[in-house]
Design a protein around this ligand. Structure first.
Ligand code: PA5
Length: 410
């Protein structure tokens, strides 16, 4: 399969000065000797029993429900939501996936009561720690609605819990209630968990080919030549631009179906790199939509940012512009016009001296999304290490959680 290619415009001339260091970082990551580097070789080592169990349990869940509620937040749901959205939703005839536990809005959660009442519902609750407040709250409320509808025993048969193999309150509850379970390996953190059951099991329920998805990641992970020549460029450029004074990376895409890929990038980059007063602030924009709000700022505003364009070369659906649109546009493919927009906007931004990284992605399939997510995970880890921080911890998120706990008298 064709791999992602990287095109750089207006990048600093010296991006390669840390080339050897970046390759050494990658080699060390592959040795998997640090805490939370289990994701690096995971696509090559995921046990076959895990893959087949995910597929067979997904089959059972599918036979029971038309809606799957995925309860989780951050790394415990964004990968699922991003992949399903990019692929255009669940496969026809497969359960629709609905999300809960990714906020604390009573208004939002109240809206899901009808989903449980009006549909055959199953739940997949994903929490590595097992104790995250948002998922705990949503899980307890949704379980209550399910008890009313199905009774406790049948509810337990409709719940799949994905959590740490040994510890946490979700693991304890799953053991006590007899839920079907999967593990998130202890040495893989939330935002690096894209190829673990936490993300792949709900994908399987939605009809996503998880073998092709992890296969894309595997191809990316094992191709050392690719990383030496092409892949490493993105991490080096991000770091060099940050050193050159750019504080913001704007991730852009020209298709709204990639919006959650943008959210996934924000979580991966933000939580991995924003430490010790360092890091790139990740933002994301959907074009051409956001050109009509942010285009002016990008072209002429304060140049504190660079752009990363995730450019999809081929999509499997398109429309031809009809005669009624006018002779200048009639007969053209809308996707081709969209690609012209990519080129036109990049030409304008190049003139404004904005550094731009364009990542060309051949198409949007399970395999290419697997490639892309693995590529971004490796990139964020290498950039973080080049910045001199630990990309795998998140010490800064404890403070706000404690303040909330204080207010709740916990
Ligand atoms: O990347 C991370 O570690 C976080 O975003 C977690 O995924 C998120 O906080 C959810 O944590 P948990 O899976 O423990 O509920």
């Amino acid at each position: 399969m064709k791999k992602l290619s990287i095109d750089l415009s207006n990048a600093p001339a010296d991006i390669c000065k840390e080339y050897d260091k970046a390759l050494a970082i990658m080699a060390e990551l592959r040795e998997d000797k640090e805490d939370y580097t289990g994701w690096v070789n995971w696509p090559a080592t995921i046990p076959e029993e895990w893959m087949s169990k995910m597929e067979s349990v997904a089959e059972v869940v599918r036979s029971k429900c038309d809606k799957l509620i995925v309860i989780g937040i951050g790394g415990s749901y964004l990968g699922t939501a991003a992949v399903i959205e990019a692929l255009g939703g669940s496969k026809p005839g497969y359960p629709e996936v609905v999300y809960a536990g990714n906020n604390m809005s009573g208004y939002y959660l109240a809206g899901l009561e009808k989903v449980v009442k009006d549909n055959e519902t199953c739940v997949c609750v994903v929490s590595k720690s097992g104790g995250t407040m948002e998922s705990r709250l949503a899980f307890s409320v949704i379980k209550g609605w399910m008890y009313e509808k199905y009774g406790r025993e049948e509810t337990a048969r409709r719940i799949v819990a994905i959590t740490d193999p040994h510890k946490g309150i979700l693991r304890e509850e799953a053991n006590a209630e007899g839920y079907e379970t999967f593990e998130i390996p202890s040495n893989i953190g939330g935002r690096y968990s894209a190829f673990t059951p936490g993300i792949m099991f709900p994908l399987a329920v939605a009809g996503v080919d998880i073998r092709a998805f992890v296969g894309g990641a595997l191809e990316m992970s094992k191709d050392e030549e690719y990383w030496k020549e092409e892949g490493v460029k993105y991490a080096l450029t991000r770091h060099a631009l940050n050193e050159a004074g750019k504080d913001i990376e704007v991730v852009e895409y020209y298709d709204p179906s990639l919006r959650l890929i943008g959210e996934w990038c924000k979580q991966l980059f933000g939580e991995s790199e924003g430490k010790e007063g360092r890091g790139l602030f990740p933002a994301s924009l959907t074009f051409s939509t956001d050109l009509h709000s942010m285009g002016q700022f990008l072209q002429e505003g304060h140049q504190i940012f660079f752009e990363t364009v995730i450019n999809i070369l081929n999509r499997d659906k398109d429309v031809t512009v009809p005669e009624s649109a006018g002779a200048d546009l009639a007969g053209r493919s809308l996707n081709d016009i969209n690609l012209m927009a990519v080129k036109g906007v990049m030409a304008a931004h190049r003139k404004a001296d904005i550094p731009i990284v364009r990542i060309d992605v051949e198409d949007v399939t399970e395999a290419s999304l697997g490639q892309l997510l693995y590529f971004l995970m490796m990139t964020s880890a290498v950039t973080g290490k080049l910045m001199g921080i630990d990309p795998f911890n998140q010490p800064g998120v404890e403070d706000y959680k404690q303040e909330i706990r204080n207010l709740l008298g916990q």
